[in-house]
Ligand binder design. Structure first.
Ligand code: FAD
Length: 338
């Protein structure tokens, strides 16, 4: 997302950018996403939801996102829904394939399965695809499953650090979904997400109920807490009331790790009617390179998207929104510096 936005914007400003794309196709995780590009409606909500994020970067995303969305629409990106469905947020849902095609056309020169040693803008999508970097920075209790494109393995992070960039806050944080602890395909990233931790009782393998308090609306706090458990595993236990929810039933029906409560490795509460073994699927890292409001990571080097960290630390906010806003800013800054 960020690299294509940077190139499309740079081209409109008169430059001739090249997008080096490591993958076999364009669009990265954006193409796999639900493609809701959003911000909190109220600034105070953003600060409250992501309290440890860099306030200057948050302010930039919050103030420039509407303009960014209007720009995508002006390029012809197809909007599927003109609101997010969440009263606390504002934004639009795009068709990910249509958005990718429009951005590739606007970016111009996109070279698949090529990388470069001399990037001006880092936009490699974070380090969730590298088990080594995930172990080093996030340090989960077991290996996480990947719920993202396979090519974002921290190349931008490594390159930026070599060039003198600094790490952001929140290097141990990530965004993801608890998924059935079994193999899944890209097409299952969205439908298989077990997004009902709020109505479940949640235990680890030792039978400890490890999550205290209310689960947040995004459930990202529960997902990150699951990652810290032995083997990065949890059990969602449902009673009749939880199972009555139609959406919960649909998601449960797809979960191959659905288990008879009598077969759990610990004694389940007597009212449990079904259990599901889940493991976090990591979607993108929240920590990364530190940038300023001009997307500058180091001398003559700019970064955007999930290569940048410290924006939504302490919570969760739209990764596509940050990629769109800072992708465009990175293009402006890189051109200004020439
Ligand atoms: C299932 C799913 C649902 C999601 N839903 C939403 C949603 O509704 N709303 C939202 O805001 N976010 C959502 N996201 C997250 C969103 O997709 C990411 O935050 C966003 O794509 C990050 O943008 P990016 O440009 O940093 O990374 P990407 O879009 O992944 O692009 C990074 C690109 O860099 C390439 N690359 C990696 N290394 C190199 C290299 N060395 N050289 C050249 N190219 C390289 C990759 O192949 C990739 O194409 C979702 C993600 C998933 C997987």
């Amino acid at each position: 997302m960020a690299g294509l936005c940077a190139a499309a914007h740079a081209r409109a400003l008169g430059a001739t950018p090249v997008v080096y794309e490591k993958g076999a196709r364009a669009g990265g995780s954006m193409l796999l996403s639900s493609c809701v590009i959003w911000r909190f409606r109220e600034w105070d909500d953003y600060r409250a939801e992501c309290p440890t994020g860099d306030e200057r970067l948050q302010r930039t995303v919050w103030e420039r996102l509407d303009d960014g969305i209007a720009w995508l629409e002006s390029l012809g990106a197809p909007v599927v829904r003109h609101e997010t469905g969440n009263p606390r947020t504002i934004g639009k849902r795009f068709d990910p394939r249509g958005l990718t095609e429009v951005l590739v056309a606007a970016a111009g020169d996109v070279r698949l399965e090529e990388t470069t040693d001399e990037p001006a803008i880092l936009a490699t999508g974070g380090f969730q695809g590298s088990p080594e970097l995930v172990a080093e920075h996030i340090d989960p209790g077991g290996r996480l499953r990947l719920r993202a494109n396979p090519w974002s393995t921290g190349d931008g992070l490594r390159y930026g650090l070599d060039r003198g960039a600094q790490l952001s806050a929140g290097m141990n944080e990530f965004y993801g979904r608890n998924m059935p602890d079994a193999d899944f395909t890209e097409a299952q990233f969205v439908p298989l997400a077990q997004l009902y931790g709020r109505v479940a009782r949640v235990f680890n393998e030792r039978g400890e109920e490890f999550f205290g308090g209310e689960v947040s609306w995004s459930e990202n706090d529960l997902v990150q807490a699951t990652a810290r458990q032995p083997d990065a595993l949890a059990w969602y236990l449902l009673d009749n009331a939880g199972f009555a929810d139609a959406e919960v039933k649909t998601r449960l029906a797809l979960a191959s790790t659905r288990t008879d409560p009598a077969k759990l490795p610990f004694a389940a509460p007597p009212d449990t009617i079904v259990a599901v073994r889940v493991k976090p699927g990591i979607t993108h890292t929240i920590g990364g390179l530190r940038i300023d409001e001009h997307a500058r990571a180091a001398d003559g080097l700019y970064a955007a998207g999930a290569d940048v960290g410290g924006i939504s630390t302490g919570g969760y906010a739209s990764g596509l929104a940050a990629a769109l806003v800072f992708g465009r800013i990175a293009a402006e800054s890189a051109l200004d510096s020439l």
